[in-house]
Write a new protein. Structure first.
Length: 348
């Protein structure tokens, strides 16, 4: 790349691949002045030689690594969600076309960007994702064992608690009609379930230790419905929360606000959008469900709000989602204001 071309580049769009990266540079008027492709090592060399500029890329695996590298080399980095880049793709989809679309998207003054994750956040995210995978494996193991038992006229109640209670007795009962081959297979499934439980217990203790050492996570656990798991998930996926201008925007990022289809001056609200992070949204909804069922409504102002919603005839599921939205807003406030705890306000 010539020095003249280097000084003419105002924005760089990078289409990230596993081993090949396509780069398009635009000048101040938005005209393409540079197109090329690099492998991983040569891309870093190119960014080191290039004059400091604005670098954009889609939010995808590898974008956080490249963002950290580009920022260390003096560039201003913007990560754009893929759905916001799509409208800028012209005609057929190509790698260079995607890179050019990224460079155009980051030029928009109202474009929304994703906050780059730190290495500590990525490590904590990986811990949560491994735990989620193990939970799915445990559920699949329980369901498969229950299905096998039905073929022999043996039933276990739905839920892991019934499985843990009844499975040892079924395996030790020689008169229940199980064949030797099926009994051996079920024994293997039982051992697999126990190993998954042990691994999940280990992960839970790791997460609790991380939460206890993190000031933000400790303050988040003061909110009803948020324990160590949800608190560490918030810090892992949302970071400091300063990228959101308000708690409402944080709740909208989680997909806990109604969708809207308004036209002709008539406002039409739909169901919740379910955008953003489904894992974190699920934790907020489960926490809200716990509050609706077990929160002491005489000692917490949220309990009074729940009672008022139920007295107005609002469906239980709507109350749960609305409470999850409220918990997300409270969590944003606690997260962004250092030293802030949730204060339970007893009724007068």
């Amino acid at each position: 790349m010539s020095q003249q071309c280097s000084t003419a580049i105002a924005r760089l769009g990078i289409d990230i691949g596993k081993s090949v990266f396509h780069v398009v540079g635009l000048d101040t008027k938005g005209n393409p002045v540079f197109r090329s492709r690099f492998n991983r090592e040569r891309l870093l060399q190119f960014l080191a030689r290039a004059a400091p500029t604005i670098v954009g890329m889609e939010a995808c695996p590898g974008s956080n690594w490249l963002a950290r590298k580009a920022a260390c080399l003096g560039h201003e980095v913007h990560i754009v969600p893929a759905q916001f880049v799509k409208p800028f793709v012209k005609s057929n989809k190509t790698d260079l076309g995607d890179a050019e679309a990224i460079a155009e998207a980051i030029s928009r003054p109202t474009m929304r960007f994703t906050e780059p994750k730190t290495e500590a956040q990525l490590d904590l995210q990986a811990l949560h994702r491994v735990r989620e995978r193990l939970v799915r494996c445990k559920t699949a193991t329980v369901n498969q064992a229950r299905a096998f038992l039905l073929e022999y006229g043996l039933t276990i109640g739905a839920g892991p608690a019934y499985f843990v209670r009844d499975m040892p007795g079924i395996l030790s009962d020689d008169g229940n009609g199980l064949t030797a081959a099926m009994r051996e297979l079920l024994q293997e499934l039982w051992q697999e379930h126990r190993s998954l439980e042990a691994r999940l217990l280990q992960l839970r203790r790791q997460i609790e230790a991380i939460s206890g050492a993190d000031d933000a996570a400790t303050r988040l656990t003061s909110i009803p419905g948020i324990a160590h798991l949800t608190a560490t998930a918030i810090t892992a996926f949302a970071g400091t929360g300063t990228q959101f201008k308000s708690g409402r925007r944080f709740a909208a990022w989680l997909g806990l606000v109604p969708g809207e289809f308004s036209t002709g001056g008539k406002q039409r609200l739909l169901g919740i959008t379910k955008r953003g992070n489904p894992y974190l949204r699920k934790l907020f909804v489960h926490g809200a469900r716990t509050c609706v069922s077990h929160l002491d409504r005489s000692k917490d102002h949220l309990g009074q709000w729940i009672s008022q919603m139920e007295a107005n005839g609002v469906h239980r599921n709507k109350v749960i989602v609305a409470l999850a939205n409220k918990l997300a807003r409270i969590a944003w406030t606690v997260l962004t204001r250092k030293g802030t705890f949730y204060l339970r306000q007893p009724s007068a």
